[in-house]
Design a protein around this ligand. Structure first.
Ligand code: AKB
Length: 315
C-alpha cells in the first residue's frame, strides 16, 4: 500500500495528479502540501498541510508524520517567472530539490521530480532531441532543471535513493491554470477560443514546441513510479512528449469546432527567447522502451476534450 506526499499539490500538475493518486491509492494515502492554503477540492478532499519546500525540516516532518514511502516533488517556479526572478528561482528550485532529496534519504522514500524540455539548451539538436545529448541551458529554469536531474542521479548512485523523473513538455489542462510558464499560451488559446473566439499569442508563428495533455502526464508519472527498476537504464529524467505544435497548428485544430477563431500575434520577447532556446520535438523512445510510455491524446483528441470541458458542452 502506497503512502505518498506531494509538494506543490495546488499547482497545475499537482491538482490533477493528487486527485488521480487519491482515486488510485485512497484519499488518506496521499498528503497534499503546498505553500498556498486554499479551499480547492484538492486541498479539501484528503489530508493537506501547508509546507514551504525551502524549509527542509517542515518538509521532512510532513513526510515523516504521513509515514510517506514516496515523495512527488512538484513545487518549483516555471520558466518565465524564473527568468524574471532568477535568485528566487535558484533558492526555491534548488533548495526545494535538495530538501526533497534529503527527506527521501532520511526516510527511505522513492522520489519523483519533474524535469522539463528546458533542461536542454540552444546547443542541443532541435529535432528528435535525443534522451542523452548536450545539456547547456541558457535560462535559470533550465539550469535548475538540469542541476536537479544531476542531483537526483547523484542521490541514486551515492545513497541508493530510488529517484525517478520525466522531462515534461508544455502541459495542457482544463482543470488548473498554469502559471509563469512559456508554454502557457497553448492553454490560453483554448480558454480564449471558448470565451471570446480570439487570441493574441505571445509566442510566434512557426515556433514549434512539444506538448502533452495532462491526463497523459499524470498517467506517465504513475507508470514511471510503478515501473520495474531493473528495466530502467535512465532515471532522471526521461524525455516524454505527445506532439510538436506551433500556435497555428493549435488554431487549426480549434477551428474544427470554432470556425471563426481568430489568431493574432503580440510577441513577448522574454518568452519568445526562452522558447527559441528549447527543442522543437524531443525523442521519447527511451521512455517507450524502458517503461512503456504511451500518450493517448494527439492534438485533435486533446482539442476536442479541452473545448468540451471548458465550454461545459459535448462537441
Ligand atoms: C514552462 O513553460 O516553463 C513549463 C515547462 C515546459 O517546463 N511548462
Amino acid at each position: 500500500m502506497r503512502r505518498i506526499l506531494v509538494t506543490g499539490a495546488l499547482g497545475q500538475i499537482g491538482r490533477d495528479l493528487t486527485d488521480r493518486l487519491r482515486g488510485l491509492y485512497g484519499h488518506d494515502a496521499v498528503m497534499a502540501t503546498d505553500i498556498r492554503n486554499d479551499q480547492s477540492e484538492t486541498a479539501m478532499s484528503g489530508p493537506f498541510r501547508p509546507v514551504d519546500v525551502t524549509d527542509g525540516l517542515a518538509l521532512y516532518e510532513a513526510a515523516k508524520d504521513h509515514r510517506a514511502d514516496a515523495i512527488i516533488h512538484l513545487a518549483a517556479l516555471l520558466s518565465a517567472t524564473a527568468e524574471s526572478k532568477p535568485m528566487l528561482a535558484w533558492r526555491l528550485n534548488m533548495g526545494g530539490q535538495l530538501n526533497a532529496l534529503e527527506a527521501s534519504r532520511s526516510l527511505g522514500c522513492q522520489l519523483f521530480t519533474p524535469s522539463s524540455i528546458a533542461a536542454f539548451g540552444p546547443g542541443a539538436p532541435k529535432k528528435d532531441t535525443p534522451q542523452d545529448t548536450l545539456q547547456r541551458p541558457s535560462t535559470m529554469y533550465g539550469i535548475s532543471k538540469v542541476s536537479g536531474e544531476l542531483l537526483c542521479d547523484y542521490f541514486f548512485h551515492k545513497y541508493g535513493i530510488d529517484t525517478r523523473g520525466l522531462r515534461f513538455p508544455g502541459l495542457i489542462s482544463h482543470a488548473a491554470p498554469p502559471g509563469g510558464g512559456t508554454t502557457d499560451f497553448a492553454v490560453d488559446m483554448y480558454v480564449s477560443a471558448v470565451k471570446s473566439g480570439k487570441y493574441a499569442s505571445y509566442i510566434g508563428k512557426g515556433t514549434f514546441l512539444d506538448m502533452m495533455y495532462m491526463p497523459d502526464a499524470v498517467e506517465s508519472v504513475i507508470k514511471l513510479m510503478e515501473a520495474d527498476a531493473s528495466r530502467l537504464k535512465h532515471r532522471n529524467a526521461f524525455n516524454v512528449t505527445a506532439m510538436s505544435v506551433d500556435p497555428e497548428a493549435i488554431a487549426s485544430s480549434i477551428r474544427r469546432h470554432v470556425p471563426d477563431f481568430e489568431l493574432q500575434y503580440r510577441i513577448d520577447p522574454l518568452r519568445q527567447a526562452i522558447a527559441d532556446g528549447w527543442p522543437d520535438a524531443i525523442d521519447a523512445s527511451a521512455a517507450r522502451e524502458e517503461w512503456g510510455f504511451n500518450a493517448a491524446y494527439d492534438l485533435d483528441k486533446m482539442t476536442d476534450d479541452m473545448l468540451s470541458s471548458l465550454s461545459g458542452k459535448p462537441l
